[in-house]
Ligand binder design. Structure first.
Ligand code: SF4
Length: 460
């Protein structure tokens, strides 16, 4: 792939197997196509695909059923992977996949996540192909399977029927409708362990509607190898060659936050100083509640904590004067008024774009907070990630999370699904679903305020 500046035209590209735009089938991403990509498409296509993959990841972590996942993936794909020029959709698909390979090849953890999400997406898309397109993909993958002959099918019909019935499928008894493939059984571990196939003399007999498992296994294994190779190329040449252009984009993409920036207070986000203690209790997520309580207790926070809480408060609508009054009230108890004005007030005005470069800084997303690395004496970070189990349980219980919800939350923490743990906490405390999941502390706040206001309105 060749990345070009935006003034150069963006033309269709062809892969080794012909024009991508003309290909009606699911791309297999076997090799990077020869193409020119505009720099802004390089990033924006990748962000759109990332929205799809993150949506799949959320759906899976929330335990959605197969039919719910089917609907979800359809919607995610339709919403994010469209293009104003519909003939460019296949190009967008391939470009975004290869850009994300670069982004997610760089560590074991990133590779694992990308592999799982791309495989889930591939499975879903394969299932939606016509039988003919599915067969074409199987041929392209050169799958180690042979079609079962009519004579063999007749001789095994009864056994195949028993297995099909045991997994709730109906086997067509007509030799013309029933298509089976013989595959060395080690090629379909998922079907074998789930006892979903008939096995005879080292072969698994895979029905056409189960072929997805076989194809997905091959897809996954090819992608896994490709990611290792891409990582090698990235580390030995691309990172250095592209250090001023693509490298910063690639390195930022895997931790990018894809929602609104919350730099301006939202509809339910206006708070004033007199309400702050009460709203901290009712509507701050645990990360901010912890910082807020520590500030009230110690009358001090280190720089990273001041930034995390200060920008959050700005996002929920505390204006610069109220913010100064708030920090002054606490810090002056510890460091004195003079030192506060000299050493701390500047930074607070700076966050509001009133000093220095006059940049209007945006509140931190969950991604950014979760990836921070608090040291001893620091209180910033995400408690679901950075607290020990005992401390986290105590903090959740102080918030009012009951013991049943607590176990669900702790389960998600053990799986390192920190944002999902926070979402379950939100749902337990507000007795309401939060389908979009928590992605930003300011989103937690505004969703909470919206629900509390709706409750108040309905009771008056
Ligand atoms: S998941 Fe996000 S909002 Fe929740 S505690 Fe962690 S950083 Fe804060």
């Amino acid at each position: 792939m060749q990345v070009v500046r935006s003034h150069q035209s963006h033309r269709s590209f062809s892969s080794s197997s012909g024009s991508v735009s003309a290909s009606p089938t699911l791309p297999l991403y076997r090799s990077a196509p020869e193409l020119e990509v505009r720099l802004e498409d390089f990033e924006s296509f990748a962000i759109d695909r990332l929205r799809v993959l993150k949506g799949i990841s959320d759906g899976l972590s929330r335990g959605k059923k197969p039919d719910e996942m089917e609907k979800l993936v359809n919607e995610l794909w339709k919403t994010n992977m469209r293009h104003q020029d519909s003939s460019q959709v296949p190009n967008k698909d391939i470009i975004s996949h290869f850009v994300l390979r670069l982004v997610y090849c760089r560590t074991e953890e990133l590779r694992k996540w990308f592999l799982s999400m791309e495989s889930a997406l591939f499975r879903h898309r394969f299932r939606n192909q016509t039988a003919e397109a599915q067969r074409a993909i199987m041929e392209e993958f050169d799958l180690p399977c042979k079609a079962v002959s009519n004579a063999e099918f007749e001789s095994l019909k009864e056994k195949l029927g028993q297995v099909a019935r045991s997994i709730g499928h109906n086997l067509s008894l007509s030799t013309t409708d029933a298509i089976y493939y013989k595959v060395p059984f080690e090629e379909v571990p998922e079907l074998v362990t789930g006892r979903k196939v008939f096995i005879n003399q080292g072969y698994a007999y895979v029905a056409m509607n189960q072929v997805v498992s076989l194809v997905a296994t091959i897809f996954r294994s090819l992608l896994s190898k490709a990611l290792i190779l891409t990582n090698r190329k990235w580390a030995t040449s691309i990172r250095e060659q592209e250090q001023h252009r693509l490298t910063p984009i690639v390195e930022a993409l895997c931790s990018s936050y894809l929602g609104p920036d919350f730099s301006q207070p939202k509809e339910y986000g206006e708070i004033s100083l007199k309400d702050i203690d009460q709203v901290a209790k009712s509507s701050f997520p645990l990360c901010m509640r912890h910082l807020f309580e520590k500030l009230r207790e110690d009358h001090h926070l280190k720089h990273a904590g001041r930034m995390q809480l200060g920008l959050f408060l700005k996002g929920v609508g505390l204006n610069v004067d109220d913010s100064l009054a708030f920090w002054r009230e606490e810090f002056s108890k510890k460091v004195g008024l003079e030192k506060f004005e000299k050493e701390y007030a500047y930074n607070i005005r700076h966050n509001y774009g009133k000093e220095g470069k006059k940049t209007d800084y945006t509140p931190y997303s969950c991604q950014k907070i979760i990836l921070s690395t608090p040291g001893v004496g620091d209180h910033h970070g995400c408690p679901y990630r950075h607290f020990g189990e005992e401390n986290l349980r105590a903090a959740l219980s102080r918030m009012g999370v009951n013991s049943r919800a607590m176990e669900d939350v702790m389960g998600k923490v053990r799986n390192r699904d920190y944002q999902l743990a926070c979402t379950l906490t939100f749902e337990a405390l507000h007795a309401a679903p939060c389908d979009a999941g928590i992605n930003h502390p300011n989103q937690y706040f505004s969703d909470s305020q919206r629900l509390l206001k709706a409750k108040k309105d309905s009771s008056t």
